[in-house]
Write a protein that binds this ligand. Structure first.
Ligand code: FAD
Ligand code: EPU
Length: 338
C-alpha cells in the first residue's frame, strides 16, 4: 500500500478546509491495515482515521498519518423472524447503504437518508435524524484495537450509545479502527413519522400509507430544503449538539424566552440549539469566509477559503454569546482536529 507524503485534505473534508497531512494512506483491504500498524508514526506518533470527513474540522495541517478507510462490501449474515442481519464494511457510503436497504424493502435506516459519510463512522456518534438513531438498528461491529492489534466485536451494550455519543467518543477514543458494522433491519418495516416536520412533509403528499421509500424521499426533500450541500457550500452539518437540560432549567429559560424550542429527552429537555443561536443574532452572519447558514443557524459554513482556525473562532464567539444570553454552554458535535 502506498503512503503519500504531504497529502492535500481539502477534498476529503466537507468543510473544504485546505490542509495537508504529513502522511496519508488509503486502506482498501483489511489486510493492509496490519503492516500499517508497524509504521513508526502509528506506533509512536499521531494518526487519525478518516471516513468521509463530514464531521471534522481541521484547524491546521495534520502532523502525522491520516488513514482513510476505503474497504467495501455487504453481506447478509443471518435472518430470523422479521429481521435480516447485514454486515457492511467501514468504507461503504452511508447513504448508499440506506438506498440499498430501501430498495430491498428492509426497514430501519430510511429516516437517516442523505447523512453524508461512511458506514464506519455511523456508530461513533450514533448518528440520528428525523426521530431515529442508529442504535435502534445496530447489532454489532468489529474493530481493530490499535494498541493490542486484536480484532474484537462490540455489541450495542459495549458501544454505550447516547445522543451523539458512544464509547468511541469517550474511553475508546482514538483507540479503535472500525472495520465493519452489522445492522439488524426489519423485513416487515415499521414507518417512523413521529418527527413533526417529517409527518408534515408526508401529509403534503396525501399518501396515508407511506412506504419506506416514501419516507426516504420525504427526508431527502426536507434535508435538501434546509441543509447546505457540502459540494456547494462547505459545512459539517450541526456544529454543536442540542443541549440537554433539566426540566427546571427549561422552565426558567422559557419564562425569560417564551419562544424557545425544546423536546422531551427522557426526563430532561433537549433544546434546539439552532433556535438559541438564531435568537442570539447569528443566523446568516458572515465574517470573511466563515459564516452561519442562513436557513439553519446550527450549521456553520465555509463560503470558500475560511481556515479551520477562522471557523473555530466563529464557533467560540457563538458559544460565548449563547452562554451570555442563556447561561448554556454549547458543546461541539464536530470533531475538532488540532
Ligand atoms: P468523519 O468525519 O471522517 O469522522 C468522524 C469521526 O469518526 C472521527 O473521529 C473519525 O476519526 C472517526 N471515524 C471515521 N471512520 C472511522 C472508522 N472506520 N473507525 C474508527 N473511527 C472512525 N450527523 C448526524 O448524526 N445526523 C445528521 O442528520 C447529520 N447531518 C449532516 C448533514 C451534513 C450536510 C453534514 C456535512 C454532516 C451531517 N452529519 C449528521 C454529520 C456526519 O455526516 C456524521 O457524523 C457521519 O457519521 C460522519 O461520517 P464520516 O465518514 O464523514 O466521518
Ligand atoms: N430552529 C430555529 N432556527 C434555526 C434552526 C432551527 O428556530 O436556525 C428550530 C426549528 O424551527 C425546529 C427546531 O429548531 O423547530 C429543530 O430544528 P431541526 O428540525 O432543523 O433540527 P436540529 O435540532 O437543528 C437535529 C440534528 C440534525 C438532524 C435534525 C433532524 C443535532 C445536533 N442536530 O438538528 O443532525 O438532521 O435534528 O433530525 O442533533 C447533524 O448532527 O449534523 C445534523 C444535521
Amino acid at each position: 500500500m502506498h503512503i503519500h507524503n504531504n497529502y492535500p485534505l481539502g477534498d476529503l473534508n466537507t468543510f473544504g478546509i485546505r490542509v495537508f497531512a504529513r502522511e496519508f494512506a488509503r486502506v482498501s483491504s483489511e489486510e493492509d491495515l496490519y503492516p500499517l500498524m508497524d509504521h513508526p508514526a502509528i506506533r509512536h506518533g499521531r494518526h487519525l482515521v478518516l471516513g468521509g470527513g463530514s464531521n471534522m474540522l481541521f484547524t491546521d495541517d495534520f502532523d502525522g498519518v491520516v488513514i482513510q478507510m476505503a474497504t467495501t462490501g455487504k453481506q447478509v449474515t443471518g435472518e430470523e423472524d422479521g429481521k435480516v442481519f447485514l454486515e457492511v464494511k467501514a468504507g461503504e457510503s452511508w447513504d448508499g447503504l440506506v438506498a440499498y436497504c430501501v430498495d430491498r424493502g428492509w426497514g430501519g435506516l430510511e429516516n437517516l437518508s442523505l447523512i453524508p459519510g461512511q458506514v464506519g463512522a455511523s456508530p461513533i456518534q450514533n448518528i440520528g435524524a428525523y426521530g431515529v438513531e442508529l442504535r435502534e438498528y445496530f447489532h454489532s461491529l468489529t474493530a481493530l484495537d490499535k494498541r493490542s492489534r486484536e480484532r474484537s466485536t462490540f455489541t450495542a451494550a459495549d458501544c454505550r450509545f447516547g445522543y451523539r455519543n458512544s464509547f468511541f467518543k469517550q474511553e475508546g477514543k482514538d483507540r479503535y479502527i472500525i472495520l465493519s458494522v452489522t445492522y439488524r433491519l426489519d423485513t416487515r418495516p415499521v414507518i417512523r413519522t413521529r418527527y413533526g416536520q417529517l409527518a408534515d412533509e408526508l401529509a403534503k403528499t396525501g399518501n396515508a400509507l407511506p412506504t419506506i421509500s416514501d419516507v426516504r424521499q420525504a427526508v431527502c426533500r426536507i434535508r435538501r430544503s434546509k441543509l447546505p450541500d457540502p459540494e456547494v457550500l462547505g459545512n459539517a452539518g450541526s456544529f454543536f449538539k442540542n443541549p440537554v437540560v433539566s426540566t427546571n432549567f427549561f422552565r426558567q429559560l422559557k419564562e425569560r424566552h417564551p419562544g424557545v424550542i425544546a423536546y422531551p429527552e427522557g426526563d430532561r429537555m433537549k433544546l434546539a440549539a439552532g433556535w438559541l443561536i438564531e435568537h442570539a443574532g447569528w443566523k446568516g452572519y458572515r465574517q470573511g469566509d466563515a459564516g452561519v447558514h442562513d436557513k439553519q443557524a446550527l450549521v456553520l459554513v465555509n463560503h470558500g477559503k475560511a481556515t479551520g482556525k477562522e471557523m473555530l473562532q466563529l464557533a467560540s464567539a457563538i458559544r460565548q454569546s449563547v452562554y451570555e444570553k442563556y447561561n448554556i454552554t454549547l458543546q461541539p458535535e464536530v470533531n475538532i482536529i488540532n
